[in-house]
Design a protein around this ligand. Structure first.
Ligand code: NAD
Ligand code: ISE
Length: 336
């Protein structure tokens, strides 16, 4: 079966996922496109999916008879209504992070999916599909003994002026928030945020860098440095300290050179290149599950938990240095 997919939001990642479905992956075809700016949808149609129909409204795309499954890749604040509409239509939906911009919004999605009674939603937490993180998880589970500490870093070369301090949590740390609880098979009980002096390249409305300290239910202490104007590259680091040893996320494959009396390894500069393979694998997982009328991988429960944790981290930013407690509600049986 070829899964007929409609894509809502044809900006940077909507275009890239359309390219994946049309040119890289098997088993699916983009048959519909929609964007708040119809010209953006028409441009993707012209470049990547000439047979796709362009809809003015995302809701009409979701309702279309020839759309089997939906990709929501629009701006974060617009995700919730589209995901709810897809659940109401009984169609599998892949939603880019964040699932919703508030924990209440994410809970409405969890409630709707639980009431529907079958998983339909996959959230775009692609790091769970990254070969490096998968290998790291195997080492954490089988080699280094029970985890005690995690040291992590999420560094971007630069961010635009519109990127303000809470976005370091909602837009950036959210990947660590998801992948580290998956990696440790644990949940967070508190968050603290510490700010060193502001880096010279950080702009007016952004306090950059910052360090988020998360404590888990099993007593693991995690420090994550977020530095989104680090200038030198896009760099994701993760090291887990266990009872018996240490496991570290591998560096992306790169050609090492010995040239001009220097030993050098290139560093990537764009997140699209760093996780290019994991985006392929996560969408492949979505297509396979959608062909069966369901969803797999990171669930709306994971999206909801990420939203609760993100809210706690933003409060912790506001209360610099203070520990903010995190409690999770009971998990519906659908997500066991
Ligand atoms: P973008 O700004 O390039 O694209 C967003 C698109 O959504 C734009 O074309 C915009 O016109 C459209 N849009 C806005 N409101 C809309 C609405 N109501 N209905 C339909 N379309 C609407 O942004 P982007 O970088 O492509 O990010 C999109 C989403 O993907 C965000 O939620 C972002 O956090 C997420 N994202 C995830 C990753 C990842 O690594 N998983 C990377 C980048 C972006
Ligand atoms: C971006 O939105 C992403 O999701 C990337 O994966 C992340 O690394 C980057 O910091 C975000 O801005």
């Amino acid at each position: 079966m070829t899964v007929r997919i409609g894509v809502i939001g044809t900006g940077m990642i909507g275009r890239d996922h359309t390219r994946r479905i049309q040119q890289v992956l098997a088993g699916a075809e983009v048959v519909a496109l929609s964007d708040y700016h119809p010209d953006a949808a028409r441009a993707v149609q012209a470049d990547l999916a000439p047979k796709a129909r362009v809809y003015d409204k995302g809701e009409d795309l979701i309702a279309a008879d020839d759309v089997d499954a939906v990709l929501v890749t629009s701006t974060g604040a617009t995700h919730e209504p589209y995901v709810l509409a897809a659940i109401a239509a009984g169609k599998p939906v892949f939603c880019e992070k964040p699932l919703a911009t508030t924990a209440d919004g994410a809970k409405r999605i969890v409630d709707a999916e639980a009431a529907f009674g079958r998983r339909l939603v996959q959230v775009g937490f692609m790091r769970r599909y990254d070969a490096g993180y998968v290998a790291l998880k195997a080492a954490v589970d089988n080699l280094i003994g029970a985890p005690i500490m995690v040291h992590a870093a999420h560094r971007n070369p630069t961010v635009p002026e519109q990127y303000v301090t809470p976005m370091a949590i909602h837009d950036t740390l959210i990947h660590e928030i998801d992948v580290l609880r998956w990696l440790l098979n644990d949940d967070y009980v508190s968050a603290r945020v510490l700010f060193p002096r502001k880096a010279a390249r950080s702009h007016g409305k952004l306090r950059d860098p910052q360090v988020v300290v998360l404590e888990t239910a099993k007593g693991v202490l995690i420090d994550v440095e977020i530095f989104v104007n680090c200038h030198y590259g896009y760099d994701i680091q993760c090291e887990v300290v266990g009872e018996d040893g240490i496991a570290k996320l591998p560096e992306p494959m790169a050609i090492q050179t010995r040239l001009d009396a220097k030993l050098q390894n290139p560093i990537l500069t764009d997140w699209k290149d760093r996780f290019v393979d994991s985006y392929d694998v996560e969408l492949n997982d979505f297509i396979k599950a959608a062909a069966q009328g369901t969803a797999a991988g990171p669930s709306s429960w994971d999206g909801y938990v990420a939203a609760i944790n993100s809210d706690a981290c933003v409060t912790a930013q506001e209360r610099e240095g203070e520990a903010v407690a995190i409690t999770l509600p009971a998990r519906p049986a659908l997500y066991d």
